[in-house]
Design a protein around this ligand. Structure first.
Ligand SMILES: [Zn+2]
Length: 240
C-alpha cells in the first residue's frame, strides 16, 4: 500500500506531478479521511428531479461501460445503465435527499422508563464515498429518555437513511448520533458501528477479515459506568 512517507520524495515536475496527485488521491481513499460531519453537497443539489437525475446518470454510465469496451447492444448489458442509475437515486443513495428522511413520531414516556434502551444488531448497507463499493455492518444504538420515546423501527429507519449515502464510517456514526440527540431532545445517545468495507476486503490491501468499529457517546454515555453498561448489553447473545 502507498504511504504518505513516500510522497515527499516525488519531484513536482512533468508527468511526476500527475503521479503524485494520483498517489495522494489513492492515499486519501485508502486512509478513508473525511472532511466534515455533514455530507459535502454542492449548491443546487436538488435542482434536478429524480427522473432527470436517473436519465443523466444513465447516459454517463453508458459512456463508462462503452469506454471499458463493453458491448451495449448485448441483451444482458443494455439495460444496465438504466438499472444502475435507478438504483443510485431510488435505492442505495436515496438518503442524500432530505425529502426521503423518515418522519419520526415521538411518544410521551408515560411509563416513566428511565433506564437505557438499546436497539442492537441493526444491519445496514452503505457505500464508501472514496471507492463507491459497499460497506456493510451492524449499528447498535442506545438512548436514555428525557421524557419522550421513539418507535423502535424508527431507529432502524434513521440508520438506514444515513447509510444510504456515499459515506465514511466515522461520519455515518456521528450523523446517526447527532440526529438521535436532536429528535429525542436529549444528549444521552450512544451509537456503535461495526462494519466491513469492501474497498479494504476486495481491493487495495485485500484484507478479508478486518472490520472497523466506530462509536459516538453523548451526555450520560460519556460516563464510564453507562458506557460499560451499553457495551455489556451488546455482548448478550440474542435468544432467537
Ligand atoms: Zn473506500
Amino acid at each position: 500500500m502507498l504511504t504518505k512517507e513516500i510522497v515527499p520524495h516525488v519531484k513536482f515536475n512533468g508527468n511526476e506531478t500527475i503521479e503524485t496527485l494520483d498517489i495522494l488521491i489513492e492515499e486519501m481513499g485508502d486512509s478513508h479521511v473525511s472532511t466534515s460531519t455533514d455530507t459535502p453537497m454542492r449548491a443546487g443539489a436538488f435542482d434536478l428531479s429524480d427522473a432527470e437525475k436517473i436519465k443523466a446518470i444513465e447516459e454517463h454510465f453508458k459512456s463508462i461501460m462503452d469506454i471499458m469496451g463493453l458491448d451495449l447492444t448485448d441483451d444482458s448489458l443494455k439495460g444496465t445503465p438504466h438499472r444502475v442509475a435507478k438504483m443510485y437515486i431510488k435505492e442505495i443513495f436515496q438518503g442524500l435527499n432530505p425529502a426521503n428522511k423518515p418522519r419520526v413520531a415521538l411518544f410521551d414516556n408515560k411509563y416513566k422508563y428511565n433506564e437505557m434502551l438499546v436497539e442492537k444488531n441493526i444491519s445496514f448497507y452503505s457505500n464508501c464515498e472514496h471507492h463507491f463499493v459497499p460497506i456493510m455492518g451492524k449499528a447498535h444504538v442506545a438512548y436514555i429518555s428525557s421524557g419522550k420515546v421513539i418507535g423502535l423501527s424508527k431507529l432502524n429507519r434513521l440508520v438506514e437513511y444515513y447509510a444510504k449515502r456515499p459515506q465514511v464510517q466515522e461520519r455515518l456514526t456521528m450523523q446517526i448520533g447527532k440526529e438521535l440527540q436532536q429528535v429525542l431532545g436529549t444528549d444521552n445517545v450512544a451509537v456503535l458501528i461495526d462494519a466491513k468495507h469492501l474497498c479494504v476486503a476486495s481491493r487495495g490491501v485485500e484484507d478479508n477479515t478486518s472490520s472497523t468499529v466506530t462509536a459516538f457517546y453523548g451526555g450520560a454515555f460519556k460516563n464510564e459506568q453507562r458506557k460499560n453498561e451499553f457495551l455489556k448489553y451488546l455482548q448478550f447473545d440474542t435468544a432467537f
